[in-house]
Design a protein around this ligand. Structure first.
Ligand code: MG
Length: 375
């Protein structure tokens, strides 16, 4: 196998049209969502695709993510051997701090190339599949709750979905209690219900409100208070029977070490966009697993490329055992950029088994969502 070199990098700033409104404790999404699609070309003709899914209130802006790739990472990548993923990502980490989603996009595209070159799926490259199918969690986040109940009934009937994550903390506690009661009534008794506040509660009254919410017996309660209010999270974790999950409070392996040390949650949501790629996400999984903290496969507003990367991650990482919310490319994005869309069967997402990310990109669809090209 001869040398392979990176010859060209195209960064698309994109606007994803959305099929539904989404409301969260931390902010709302309507009409379109900004994002980034990355194409890395090589002299061997192999092409790798990556995606960054930034959200300004949570991680990063799409413009910053696109600029990080096109102005700062690109000079480190052009002419380099794409198979040296670890070395290239180390160089990028050294050159630019933060920008986890931009780094995730680059690592994704490099792994896509490496997998295609070796004829192996990314999940095989990172250690091999532990799971072929991942239980799918769908989020209930529409401000129009009746519309969301119809959506829930539809995904149960058509896709066999059995896990629902209710977004709370964006109106009032009384309204959240009403929504939980109606959801319990509408869903089958076997439904696995989880709750995500996205930092929406004030610590002073959080424990009293959460004790009422836990009468609905959710599997876990995610990120009740602000990202940096870890002492309050620790108090809530100790006060409640229901396990508390850290999402915004744990991005990367350094945060994971602090979670293990300070025990401010019993569970963690792992996202490649927070961690800065699959390798870092697996470090978060390893650190937390050693401390008995089980993980969930989280996402941002991700289209098919990022979801495919997430599927390979969860497939090969046993500690991400609480299912994953790999539904956005199928149910939320108004344009599908994969010629081979993510498959959902009997309430589970199927890990793609082709080489690399195992998905084919529809380049015309990419052009339809692209609003600017950088680099
Ligand atoms: Mg969350």
């Amino acid at each position: 196998m001869g040398d392979l070199r990176i010859t060209d990098i195209t960064v698309h700033l994109v606007a994803w049209p959305l099929r539904m409104k989404r409301r969260h404790g931390v902010g709302d999404i309507e009409h379109t969502m900004p994002g980034v699609i990355l194409r890395i070309g090589t002299d061997g003709g192999l092409v790798g695709w990556g995606e960054a899914a930034p959200w300004a209130v949570f991680t990063n802006t799409a413009e910053a993510s696109a600029a990080a790739i096109s102005r700062y990472f690109k000079p480190l990548l052009i002419g380099a051997d794409p198979m040296r993923v670890t070395t290239l990502m180390r160089g990028i980490d050294k050159a630019v701090t933060a920008h986890g989603d931009a780094k995730a996009a680059v690592e994704m595209a490099l792994l896509d190339i490496a997998g295609k070159r070796l004829g192996a799926p990314v999940s095989t490259l990172i250690g091999g599949r532990h799971r072929e199918r991942i239980p799918l969690s769908v989020s209930i986040a529409n401000p129009d709750f009746d519309e969301d109940l119809d959506f829930a009934r539809d995904v149960i009937a058509r896709h066999g979905v059995n896990i629902f994550k209710v977004k709370t903390g964006f109106t009032s506690h009384a309204e959240d209690m009403r929504r939980m009661a109606r959801l319990k009534e509408a869903l089958p008794a076997t439904a696995d219900i989880r709750v995500d506040y996205n930092q929406g509660l004030d610590p002073w009254d959080a424990i009293r409100q959460l004790k009422e919410i836990e009468t609905f017996r959710p599997t876990f309660i995610e990120q009740p208070v602000k990202r940096h209010q870890r002492a309050a999270m620790a108090e809530i974790t100790r006060a409640l029977d229901t396990p508390i999950m850290a999402d915004e409070s744990v991005f990367d392996p350094v945060d994971a070490v602090e979670l293990v040390r300070d025990r401010f949650a019993k569970l963690v949501s792992i996202k490649i966009m927070k961690a800065g790629g699959i390798a870092r996400a697996r470090e978060v999984a390893a650190i937390t697993e050693a401390a008995g903290i089980t993980a969930y496969g989280g996402t941002m507003f991700e289209a098919g490329l990022a979801i495919a990367a997430g599927l390979h991650l969860v497939s090969a990482t046993p500690n991400i055992a609480l299912g994953a919310e790999f539904y956005t490319s199928t149910f939320v994005m108004g344009v599908e950029i994969l010629a081979t869309p993510i498959r959902i069967e009997a309430g589970e997402t199927i890990v793609p088994d082709g080489p690399g990310l195992g998905v084919e990109v529809d380049e015309d669809a990419v052009k339809r969502v692209s609003i600017a090209i950088e680099g």
